[in-house]
Design a binder for this molecule. Structure first.
Ligand SMILES: Nc1ncnc2c1ncn2[C@@H]1O[C@H](COP(=O)(O)OP(=O)(O)OP(=O)(O)O)[C@@H](O)[C@H]1O
Ligand SMILES: [Mg+2]
Length: 494
């Protein structure tokens, strides 16, 4: 149905796509894979009319088409869900579903629009969502599903989803997968970009890999092993994904005693030792990220007490946390992850720019060697140094967001979704370096929706459900099944 041939794209001196091809049949799900910065988003943006190509042809149903604007792409039957969410919080859910749809007159009443949005919302599992409510009332996962509902409403024949599940947890991914299967079953050609391996094998029919500006001939997913796929993406075999756990731990570094804060339904007591990596596992709203925000100084302590190396610790702001060498890498890259209009070295050397401008706490400069070593630790290539951070690919932005905190020499590192959108190769690098930092005495607490990451990276795992701590277990005694059982507790009991 879709054939893209010989696509070339340069950004300044950088040749991102060097004669790439992509062909997708009706009713099939084609995975588009490759390392961070390989050009996946660039390729699909060309098809969606968002970026112009320098060269190349696009054919749909055997006929050449010119796509030079999002409008032309839509007219050609191309629907697109971008890597970064494009939901407008201040509009209703229904308005978001029909956003930018010129065939929907602005005169339609809110009630009519809501009625029209209903079937699309139902199809992505949002049957409980009120189309008249503002989008801001819904979670990242739900907003991601609203984007997919928008794609459905456009009756696209070619559907592009660029990392739709990067920010989602297991149970939400199930909903996205169901929606994607339904779209393909309707005869749509689906292009699916992801770094999550299990999805590739469960959902897709074929895989196209991009590497060094070139595309490989598509491979049938059914005949593919995970090692072959990784080797095609990285151009090398991947060693071990996870480093060995801590050989021995230091003294207690952080202790929470019966802590309560908005977002928790029962007091939480926990402790982490120096050199230990603790995973917080739970679905959205479980309380896992609440604990990170509490320790970071984003959410105030209601009752109970926190001790940092034996001293009472009650941060009232992120700057307070930083002053105590507690740093927080949130999952909101856009809001507080990176400074999009600054260069990569500036980002890496000024980890607390907001704190600096407000409190003049820190000098914002690190020497070059230090910046290089941080970049190397997080698998970030030096050729990106001259770029503005906002122009980096999604996964590379994540590496900058994580790397910049390390320059502060923290005692406690709090991370939400440490490898969201990061490719398999860089992921292994990040795990290795987080473990090295822990071996050097750092305590790390991370929240993650990725089961493999929780099981593989952590020394211990604290599971959360509906605002309560379920239990804390040694990671080597946990399994994917036990973890899933713990984080979906009441659903099982019900
Ligand atoms: N506006 C821009 N200006 C300059 N360079 C850009 C711009 N947009 C993208 N690039 C560069 O093009 C390359 C490809 O980026 P792209 O976003 O397509 O990668 P990707 O394969 O989607 O990666 P990821 O898995 O991290 O999302 C990267 O090196 C990126 O830095
Ligand atoms: Mg991308």
């Amino acid at each position: 149905m879709l054939v893209m041939t010989d696509i070339v794209k340069r950004y300044g001196p950088t040749l991102v796509l060097d004669g790439v091809g992509l062909a997708v049949k009706a009713g099939e799900v084609m995975a588009l894979m490759g390392e961070n910065g390989a050009g996946k988003s660039t390729l699909v943006k060309i098809l969606a009319g968002i970026e112009p190509s320098d060269q190349g042809r696009i054919e749909i149903d055997g006929k050449p088409v010119a796509i030079r604007s999002p409008g032309q792409a839509r007219a050609a039957g191309v629907g697109y869900v971008a890597q970064e969410l494009s939901i407008i919080d201040s509009l209703s859910v229904a308005e978001n579903v029909f956003l930018g749809d010129s065939s929907i007159g602005i005169m339609r009443s809110a009630a009519k629009l809501a009625e029209m949005a209903r079937p699309y919302l139902d199809r992505v599992g949002l049957d409980y969502v009120d189309p008249l409510a503002l989008a801001e009332n819904y979670s990242v996962a739900e907003r991601q599903l609203i984007e997919i509902a928008r794609l459905l409403s456009r009756k696209a024949r070619i559907a592009i989803l660029d990392e739709p599940t990067a920010a989602l947890s297991e149970s939400e991914i199930i909903r996205v997968k169901a929606a994607v299967r339904a779209i393909a079953a309707d005869g749509c050609a689906v292009i699916y970009v992801t770094h999550r391996m299990p999805e590739v094998f469960e959902l897709t029919n074929r895989v196209t890999v991009l590497r060094n500006g070139k595309s490989f001939a598509p491979m049938e997913t059914a005949t593919l092993s995970i090692d072959t796929l990784i080797e095609a993406m990285l151009g090398r075999q991947l060693g071990k994904m996870f480093p060995p756990r801590a050989a021995r731990l230091g003294a207690e570094a952080v202790r929470l005693e019966s802590c309560m804060t908005p977002g928790l339904k029962a007091p939480v007591s926990l402790s982490v030792r120096s050199g230990e990596i603790l995973a917080l596992a739970g679905q959205v709203g479980s309380g896992a990220s609440t604990i990170l925000r509490l320790l970071a100084g984003v959410t105030p302590l209601g009752s109970g007490a926190i001790f940092l190396e034996g001293n009472a610790y009650a941060p009232k702001s992120v700057a307070d946390g930083i002053a105590s060498k507690v740093v927080y890498c949130s999952d909101d890259r856009k809001r507080d992850g990176i400074f999009a209009v600054r260069s990569v070295p500036e980002n890496l050397s000024a980890p607390a720019l907001s704190a600096i401008s407000r409190f003049q706490l820190l000098s914002g400069s690190l020497e070059k060697g230090h910046i290089r070593s941080i970049a190397a630790k997080f698998g970030l290539d030096e050729r990106y140094f001259s770029r503005l951070a906002g122009n980096l690919s999604g996964g590379n932005q994540q590496k900058v967001a994580l790397g910049k905190w390390i320059g502060l020499n923290p005692k406690l590192l709090l991370v939400e979704e440490p490898t969201r959108g990061v490719d398999v190769g860089a992921r292994a690098e990040i795990y290795k370096h987080l473990r090295e930092l822990a071996d050097g005495g750092l305590s790390i607490i991370f929240a993650s929706s990725d089961t493999q990451e929780v099981l593989g990276l952590a020394d211990r795992i604290a599971t959360f459900f509906h605002g309560q701590l379920v239990q804390v277990v040694a990671a080597d005694t946990a399994t994917a099944e036990s973890l899933t059982r713990d984080v979906t507790r009441a659903e099982q009991a019900a």
